[in-house]
Design a binder for this molecule. Structure first.
Ligand code: CP
Ligand code: NVA
Length: 308
């Protein structure tokens, strides 16, 4: 079964194929309406089932559009409206049942272990639409966007500022390790990526550095990225975490240490005035709207890869 759960499950060859196919397919659609169907209709007669245990705007709509453009259909299930591992039906049984109805499942979960359990029993491919440990679809589409703006990701320098210990940061570490780009964290010790993932990256010869001073992290990088200081389901003292991270805001001053033609990225939703100022996210270097659009194109390629 070809699941898409973590970037670290893939070789650079697999990731390169997904990225290159996304580019070809996006270019072929130039001039078409957003909901027009690709000529080859690779999902004709096929259905993606989506389950969201947490809120989503981009993932929900971009997957729906991705499937539409591929000629298939999608259905979104609310876990509170179905039997979903809450004592009345096990996740195993839900996975077996949904496998009879759909061709592919995407789950956004509060607990990565739900994805793993589902994957064990699903008879159709499973895509991770975000867990507390990874957000592989976002990171694949972000790399697609970086390549569109700056060329091949290999040896590029990317800075990640703020919370280094969340799903996006982990998936980015995995991507940097496999696709061979430099990743520089600017974060306080308390919010550095966890030891387990750093040791894995080190063992695999990743080019990752961690700086307490955010200016050192962004020094001459091609791209500056950040994310919400408090992620969904982050069980922390929010006020304290925001206070701890207040010197890690991406603002004009911090951006001035990056390359002059560097880009700013954020997966959204954004805490304006917290992790980034309005003048940066709305400024010339920001590519956040292209990032949101590219979720469609990268995910189309992930879907086709999963369907084999
Ligand atoms: N970036 C992202 O995954 O956005 P949503 O939470 O809106 O899906
Ligand atoms: N780290 C964020 C990403 C949102 C797309 C979160 O998990 O809330």
């Amino acid at each position: 079964m070809k699941n898409f759960l973590n970037i670290s499950d893939f070789t650079s060859k697999d990731l390169r194929k997904i990225l290159d196919d996304a580019k070809i397919r996006k270019n072929k659609r130039s001039g078409l309406n957003k909901s027009s169907i690709d000529e080859d209709e690779p999902m004709k007669g096929k259905t993606l089932i989506m389950i969201f245990e947490k809120p989503s705007t981009r993932t929900r709509i971009s997957f729906d559009l991705a499937v539409k453009q591929l000629g298939g259909s999608s259905i979104t299930l609310n876990p509170d409206g179905i039997h979903y591992g809450k004592g009345d039906e096990t996740l195993k049984d839900t996975a077996k049942v949904l496998s009879q109805y759909g061709d592919l499942i995407m789950i956004r979960t509060k607990s990565h272990s739900n994805l793993e359990e589902f994957a064990q029993h699903s008879e159709i491919p499973l895509i991770n639409g975000l867990s507390e440990l990874s957000h592989p679809c976002q990171v694949m589409s972000d790399i697609f966007t970086i390549e569109e703006k700056k060329g091949n990701i290999e040896n590029k320098k990317i800075a990640w500022i703020g919370d280094g210990n969340n799903n996006m940061a982990y998936s980015l570490i995995e991507a940097a390790t496999i696709l061979n780009f430099e990743l520089k964290f600017g974060c306080p010790n308390k919010y550095s990526p966890n030891k387990k993932i750093l040791n894995w990256a080190k063992k695999n010869k990743a080019k990752i550095e961690i700086f307490k001073d955010p200016k050192k992290a962004v020094n001459l990088v091609d791209c500056v990225m950040t994310d919400k200081w408090v992620s969904m389901n982050d069980k922390v003292n929010k006020k304290l975490k925001k206070k701890d991270l207040k010197n890690y805001q991406v603002n004009k001053k911090l951006m001035s240490f990056a390359k002059e033609d560097s880009i700013f990225m954020h997966c959204l939703p954004v805490g304006r005035g917290e992790e980034v100022t309005d003048d940066v996210i709305d400024g010339k270097q920001s590519v956040v709207w292209a990032q949101a659009e590219n979720r469609i194109h990268a995910q189309k390629s992930v879907i086709i890869w999963c369907l084999g």
